[in-house]
Ligand binder design. Structure first.
Ligand code: PGA
Length: 250
């Protein structure tokens, strides 16, 4: 069985004061039946990993460089993030693809770097509103999956997050049928590439305006193994009910 995953992406939010949210999460969910991951800004990884060391809460990063070290001012490598205490890294988020011109090829190199550093790569993909309206969603997702997922991917070292760009931070969410269609398509694509049995092990997250109020409905959809949550992961008050909804969906 796939172990469900509630992942939070703090994006460029959070200071030392925000670590109390993690303490509240740990205290509220001492023995969760699912995996819980928070990806704070890199400045907080060491402290976050330290305070969650004896708890089930995992800490992740939001990006990494494709190289292990070198002359790349301002960048952080996958081995550095692992050394800081991260166990996972978000890669290919649409805010990186758009804001930093990240291509599928670069994202694939970053996923490979994450795998080499024994980090779980959470590969994000999803269509724009224009692509959805032009009925290109499945083509876009097939291309992103093929081109940004390297052959080193396994169900253990990789999680796929479907995040329609138009649903991120907008309060809009796709219909149940739209999420179900894409997640079934992702499962089938993984099956074509890695074989059906291996494909059944990959965890597929939905992301984009997941909130306490819509989480249970989203988690009831076939092939949705959890969520990647932005805004609603910033406080334990909002993220905790999402964790509980996912536990109840198990
Ligand atoms: P959101 O962000 O939950 O704030 O829409 C999701 C994401 O970008 O991962």
């Amino acid at each position: 069985m796939r172990r469900k995953l509630a992942a939070g992406n703090w994006k460029m939010n959070g200071t030392n004061a925000s670590l109390t949210e993690l303490q509240t999460l740990i205290a509220t969910h001492p023995a969760p039946q699912i995996d819980i991951l928070i990806c704070p800004p890199a400045t907080l990884i060491v402290q976050a990993a330290g305070l969650s060391a004896d708890s089930p809460l995992q800490i992740g990063a939001q990006d990494c460089h494709s190289a292990a070290s070198g002359a790349h001012t301002g960048d952080l490598s996958a081995p550095m993030l692992a050394d800081a205490g991260a166990t996972a890294v978000l890669l290919g988020h649409s805010e990186r693809r758009q804001g930093h011109n990240e291509s599928n090829g670069l994202v694939a190199d970053k996923v490979s770097a994450a795998h080499a550093a024994r980090l779980i790569a959470i590969l994000c993909l999803g269509e724009s509103l224009a692509q959805r309206e032009a009925a290109q969603t499945l083509d876009v997702i097939a291309d992103q999956l093929r081109q940004s997922l390297p052959d080193t991917a396994t169900a253990t070292n990789t999680v796929i997050a479907y995040e329609p760009i138009w649903a991120i931070g907008t309060g809009l969410t796709p219909s149940t049928a739209q999420i179900a269609e894409v997640h079934a398509f992702l499962r089938a694509q993984l099956g074509d590439r890695f074989g059906r049995d291996a494909a059944m092990g990959f965890r597929l997250l939905y992301g984009g305006s997941v909130k306490p109020g819509n989480a249970a409905d989203i988690f009831a959809i076939a092939n949705v193994d959890g969520a990647l949550v932005g805004g609603a992961s910033l406080t334990a008050h909002d993220f905790s009910p999402i964790i509980t909804a996912l536990e109840n969906a198990v």
